[in-house]
Design a protein around this ligand. Sequence first.
Ligand SMILES: Nc1ncnc2c1ncn2[C@@H]1O[C@H](COP(=O)(O)OP(=O)(O)OP(=O)(O)O)[C@@H](O)[C@H]1O
Length: 487
Amino acid sequence: MSADSWAVAVDFQEATTPAKQFDFSKKLERVRGPRHMRGDINGNLVPERKENGGVRADGDKVDLAEQSLLNKLIRRSLVRNRNQVEVLQRDPTSPLYSVKTFEELRLKPELLKGVYNMGFNRPSRIQENALPMMLAQPPQNLIAQSQSGTGKTAAFSLAMLSHVNPENEWTQCLCIAPTYELALQIGQVIEQMGKFYPDVKLAYAIRGNRLGRGVKLQEQIVIGTPGTVLDWCTKYKLIDPKKITMFVLDEADVMIATQGHRDQSIRIHRQLTKNCQMLLFSATFEDSVWRFAEQVVPEPNIIRLKREEETLDTIKQFYVFCREKEDKFTALCNLYGSLTIAQAMIFCQTRKMASWLASSLTVEGHQVALLSGEMTVEQRASVIERFRNGKEKVLVTTNVCSRGIDVEQVSLVVNFDLPVDFDGNADNETYLHRIGRTGRFGRRGFAVNMVDSKHSMDVINQIEMHFNRRITKLDTTNLEEIEALIS
Ligand SMILES: Nc1ncnc2c1ncn2[C@@H]1O[C@H](COP(=O)(O)OP(=O)(O)OP(=O)(O)O)[C@@H](O)[C@H]1O
């Protein structure tokens, strides 16, 4: 079918399709989720996980640990969340404590000073409930789930620092994280928080950190990756697992997606005593995470903070017909020429397309930032930082690289390529994730979708049906129309 004829066919289809035609297959999809997607405990659709993440339709590998690290590197503050925390107590008759200030926790003055020195004025939503539970006597086990950036790491770092007895020169708290880099990030938080409490020492059980066999560690807190921690406990006997009184497993969802980590974690856990306090944290909570959590944390209290829903309510959505990539490029330039745009994010399906687009835009005189899969996490973090600081006005990216980026001043999102799943169907979750970022915090945003085939028009229709929101056709050669629609 030529481009013209499919465009005519689409026009015809639009004109003849009633606005709310019912499609049973879509309804089923909404209940079950599309293939390769599953519901998490929040009722959110999340991609099915494979060992070590998985490969998306765009060819970029989803590395959960990298995503998590990127999130940590680019984060500046707590993620806003107005949802209520859900608490499930093991013993529902015991009083439920929640604190509004750090003073109420009766922390050691050195620690309180460390907390305030980090700029924390009051506990975050999840910390309000989690901290009293983690610090309670007798010790209580905890499974806590809340999205990245809500204060989990800070919470268990404070719990570990507060738990140890600095006079005892042996390891009392053991914390495991999925990667070397993530372990280092947690260690930095502990070091910063414990800045005024120098009696407490921290060791990193990570690759490359070799110690002689049989020497007993004197550091009260050890943080590391499962393989090295297991070696230190069993092979080298640097840590006596029977003396561990607090065990923290961070990023459980990432942990079980990483080959071998699940078994190693369980093997470490088996070395610990029954009296050891077990704490497990996760950003998401699929069934597999839950099953793992129950293995590691007996008789748990459970705290959950639902992710704040992303919404399309404040976002105007459009689509533009184009023939091929050059045509899309022209449409994009026209759009850019006729709008006052603070900052824009443009999503491409492949790395190749993203780099072609970035260089074409640069030739046109735009200041462009490019996020691409071959960059290291640190390089990506610095590109995002520059973009956030307004050094570039346009960010071209593939989907994988940009998860979790929150740039308040982005007012336009362009789907240069539409988000589709492995089967070529609309990837509604990714669509919401991309577009939802423009209209953050009640501000207005615009989303423009480039449609270049009958198939991509079908995808637009699927997205419209899924969200029950209209996506309006836009003629980018008609500047007056653009101004009228977008104003
Ligand atoms: N009570 C608080 N007040 C202000 N800022 C806080 C507080 N607790 C944590 N933060 C800050 O909020 C950000 C997110 O916190 P934290 O890293 O603990 O979240 P998280 O849920 O563990 O996320 P991730 O697992 O991605 O690291 C950090 O920059 C941290 O310094």
